[in-house]
Write a protein that binds this ligand. Structure first.
Ligand code: ADP
Ligand code: MG
Length: 252
């Protein structure tokens, strides 16, 4: 069985308009790949398509496998159970549910098919979560907050990082484009992802049009998407090169 999150010739349309025009990419466990590219090039489309968002149509000839298993026909929940994590797969605002209860439900759903991993009591899960929060330097008070009730951008990211740690995925897709985080928050998120990556041997696909997060979350590979295709791939030095030249040289 071939390991990795493997995209082969991924083509995606939305409202009859083809956005991705054949993206091929292999993210192995423990690797970090950065997807960069100008606005409107299809980066978020890639993230939504991997998430299984119903508005995005995967065109024939596309293949996406997770450790050898085809995931295109799977629902977003099924993809999560296989170990794929997408930062925005959860509803934005669920008033009345605390962070810790939300995370407990997410945990139970993720490991539903592995009964030995389930916590028998609410208290046991909370202990588990408190240890995770400590490790990630997230305050205990955050755990009892109402989910997304007045969360700042940084707090939303903090929740995503907790989700990531709780769900213990194999592969994670982070779409940072609309994050609007300050430098300290970016640093904190990147540090937490790097820590989890080490611990879980995560394969990370980080989609960004800033280079800033990549200073902390060092990519092994960088891919530049232009007009729905990977126009250039390279090592981390490609980030610096793009800083100097911009995307203009890569445009069609
Ligand atoms: P990026 O994240 O790289 O900035 P997106 O994936 O968000 O780019 O968008 C890629 C292209 O798809 C853009 O031209 C955008 O206008 C188009 N697009 C995105 N969402 C929709 C939609 N819901 N309906 C029609 N076109 C869309
Ligand atoms: Mg985007």
């Amino acid at each position: 069985m071939s390991q990795g999150l493997v995209l082969t010739n991924l083509a995606v349309s939305i409202d009859e308009k083809q956005i991705l025009k054949g993206v091929s990419l292999v993210v192995n466990p423990g690797e970090t790949h950065a997807i960069m590219g100008p606005n409107g090039s299809g980066k978020s489309t890639l993230a939504y398509a991997l998430a299984g968002h119903p508005s995005y149509t995967i065109l024939s000839g596309s293949k996406v496998t997770l450790d050898g298993e085809d995931i295109i026909s799977l629902s977003p929940d099924e993809r999560a159970q296989k170990g794929l994590f997408l930062a925005f797969q959860y509803p934005v605002e669920v008033p009345g549910v605390s962070v810790q209860n939300f995370l407990r439900q997410a945990y139970q759903a993720r490991f539903a098919s592995e009964p030995r991993r389930l916590f028998k009591t609410v208290l046991e899960f909370r202990k588990h979560l408190q240890a995770i929060a400590d490790e990630l330097e997230i305050s205990q008070a955050f755990l009892t907050r109402g989910l997304n009730e007045g969360f700042s951008g940084g707090e939303k990211k903090q929740l995503e990082i907790l989700q990531l740690a709780v769900l213990e995925p194999k592969y994670v897709v982070l779409d940072e484009t609309d994050s609007g985080l300050d430098i300290d928050a970016i640093k904190k998120v990147a540090k937490a992802v790097a820590l989890l990556q080490k611990k879980l041997s995560l394969g990370v696909l980080v989609i960004t049009h800033y280079q800033r997060i990549l200073q902390y979350l060092k990519p092994d590979f960088v891919h530049v998407v232009v007009a729905g295709k990977i126009k250039q791939s390279g090592g981390p030095q490609l980030v610096e090169q793009l800083e100097k030249t911009g995307y203009a040289a890569l445009k069609e």
